[in-house]
Design a protein around this ligand. Structure first.
Ligand SMILES: Nc1ncnc2c1ncn2[C@@H]1O[C@H](COP(=O)(O)OP(=O)(O)OP(=O)(O)O)[C@@H](O)[C@H]1O
Length: 583
């Protein structure tokens, strides 16, 4: 089509002539002229954001990008070799992620098919991303459908991605710099894009609602379990708390009813109590959901993950021998560590337990020793005070606990090595307060290999998910009566950085109990912290920060309270470390 034909067609459409263009396109042309005052003949280049503006958009979209990435990658794999470019745009029309053949990078940038470009209708006229944002529907804007002559070579197919509350959050777009001329050539692209957005929304819902029931459904039983058409998340009372956009289409095709906040019974002839009947185990074709309007769907219910996880943890805890079983509360990573400790307990592998001061390294060493039925005596030696090891060693010691091996002097290292050579049957468990990797700088290599067979890293208590359990346990131990903790006092205890870990917690609770006059510890009874972590050390590393976020269920305010920092600092650190909540 010649440029002049394009301009004439727009003019005719604006004058009410039906030229055969899709109504979605002509409505957009109308907006371009009447609402945005645009001129189709102006060949303005695509609008690019400044570095700073783009950084802001990208940072805000990080969670979305993380969720959408796997969907984008598999979509890109499906269209590989066909010159398609994939763009993820945020709800403001800014391209925040890109998949494409970088050998065409210059051409793609010139056309604006790249990260940092903004594709709203107001700026670029009728286009895939912009028109999808306005209509909230999947669109193909193919060549002459574009309003501006600057973009008429392009072919763009875009579909919206909605968040779990049904608000438009992003647009997924596949574009071609130049494509075949019939618009129908993009039908397959449309199918692929809409399938991808459906899967991204489903992944998002599953990640965001782990503690809720999820009911997935489709109009036919095939692929129900692996690739359902839609899903809703339900709270314990059967209220819909999350959805994919397909759910709105399937449950309320007229679009009349609002799903979020409504009850399952409003749409289906069933209640939340019937959901277990729709779990895996019955063939898909028998899991029929009768709808209140007489239609039927096929359903697959997924139970909340938390109770299952808790009972799994309880089971695992029950399986842990002796003191290992009562070492920690509900903290998944600690239970993994304890299971590993139990497996290693009956071996002769030398163990290194690392962790900040007071995290319970010696206590864990004793629990490991107690879990080993053939153990003899347990002897604990403080490496800092060691001059020559031999005289300290009891003849009946079978397990030697070396506390703080980073404090061994060169002289005591030599002494220790000769003891270990003479007593090969000794089970050695060592502890260090530094990172195990730092030991190479202070210990002789031969000693290091004798001491470090397997490592067990204990987390600082500010990173523990079972902090409530630990507080209650320590409190019970240091008070003979049933002393209660007021909610404010508990919040205060949970908000401290605990540089001295369990030892500091013990001292604080012991003094609080001693000072408390009644039977309830209140905030005024809690002595101020003796030690504060230097703020730059708090959750300095990415792994540290991630562990703490996981322990706090990605609640940034709670993380901020535990570190004594403000929430925006946590957010900044998360962005810097590339961390985003998994839902
Ligand atoms: N799992 C636990 N439950 C309750 N109390 C604990 C636990 N672990 C440790 N404690 C208590 O915390 C205090 C410090 O423990 P421990 O001496 O084992 O720490 P550590 O990490 O070896 O210390 P350091 O680094 O100073 O050598 C002790 O009084 C111990 O009883």
């Amino acid at each position: 089509m010649h440029d002049s034909d394009h301009l004439v067609e727009i003019d005719r459409v604006l004058n009410g002539v039906d030229t055969g263009r899709d109504s979605l396109v002509t409505a957009s042309w109308q907006r371009c002229i009447e609402s945005y005052g645009m001129d189709p003949s102006r060949r303005e280049p695509a609008h690019i954001l400044s570095q700073n503006e783009f950084r802001e958009h990208r940072e805000q979209a990080e969670r979305l990008i993380a969720t959408a990435r796997s969907g984008l990658q598999s979509l890109f794999d499906q269209v590989a070799g066909q010159n398609y470019v994939l763009l993820l745009a945020d709800d403001k029309g800014v391209c925040v992620d890109f998949f494409g053949d970088r050998s065409f990078e210059d051409d793609l940038r010139a056309a604006g098919l790249y990260t940092g470009y903004k594709w709203t209708e107001e700026l670029a006229g009728t286009n895939g991303v912009g028109s999808c944002l306005v209509t909230q529907q999947p669109v193909t804007i193919h060549q002459g459908d574009h309003f501006s002559l600057a973009h008429t070579p392009l072919s763009c197919t875009a579909a919206p991605i909605f968040d779990t509350k049904g608000t438009l959050a992003a647009v997924l777009d596949v574009s071609l710099l130049r494509g075949p001329s019939p618009k129908s050539s993009q039908n397959l692209a449309m199918t692929l894009v809409t399938n991808s957005t459906r899967r991204v929304e489903l992944a998002n819902l599953m990640a965001a609602t782990r503690r809720d029931w999820v009911l997935r459904f489709s109009v036919s039983p095939e692929f129900l379990e692996v690739d359902p058409e839609a899903a809703v998340a339900l709270d314990g009372s059967g209220r819909i708390v999350g959805m994919t956009s397909g759910a709105q289409r399937l449950l309320s095709p007229e679009g009349g009813g609002k799903l979020i906040g409504s009850r399952l019974e409003d749409w289906l002839e069933m209640s939340v109590d019937d959901l277990p009947d729709f779990m895996r185990g019955r063939p898909s074709e028998q899991r029929i959901l009768r709808m209140t309007d007489g239609r039927a769907l096929y359903g697959h219910a997924i139970a909340p993950q938390t109770p299952g996880m808790v009972s799994m943890l309880r089971r695992r805890k029950a399986e842990l021998p002796g003191a290992l079983g009562s070492f920690a509360g509900p903290d998944a990573s600690l239970h993994t560590l304890l299971a590993k400790s139990a497996q290693l307990a009956s071996t002769n592998v030398p163990l290194l337990i690392s962790g900040e001061t007071g995290t319970g390294k010696e206590k864990l060493a004793r629990a490991i020793y107690l879990a080993d039925p053939r153990a003899g005596g347990f002897q604990s030696v403080r490496c800092g005070g060691l001059v020559d090891c031999e005289p300290f060693l009891d003849a009946d010691a079978r397990t030697l606990f070396l506390r703080g091996i980073e404090d061994l002097t060169p002289q005591s290292q030599t002494g220790l090595l000769s003891v270990l050579e003479k007593r090969p049957e000794l089970r050695v468990i060592a502890s260090c307060r530094c990172a195990p990797s730092a030991l190479a700088d202070v210990l002789r290599t031969d000693l290091l290999h004798r001491l470090v067979g397997a490592t067990l890293a204990l987390p600082p208590i500010r990173n523990r998910a079972d902090l409530d359990w630990l507080i209650d346990r320590v409190l019970r131990r240091c008070s003979s009566d049933d002393i209660l903790l007021s909610p404010l006092a508990r919040a205060e205890l949970k908000s401290r950085p605990w540089a001295g870990n369990i030892r500091e917690l013990e001292h604080v609770l012991e003094s609080a109990v001693a000072l408390c006059e009644g039977t309830c510890l209140d905030i005024a009874d809690i002595p101020p912290p003796a030690l504060l972590l230097p703020s730059e050390q708090q959750a300095a590393g990415t792994a540290e920060l991630e562990a703490l976020l996981t322990a706090c269920d990605w609640n940034m305010s709670e993380v901020a309270r535990r570190l004594g920092l403000n929430r925006s600092t946590i957010l900044r650190r998360m962005r810097k470390a590339g961390l985003a909540a998994p839902y």
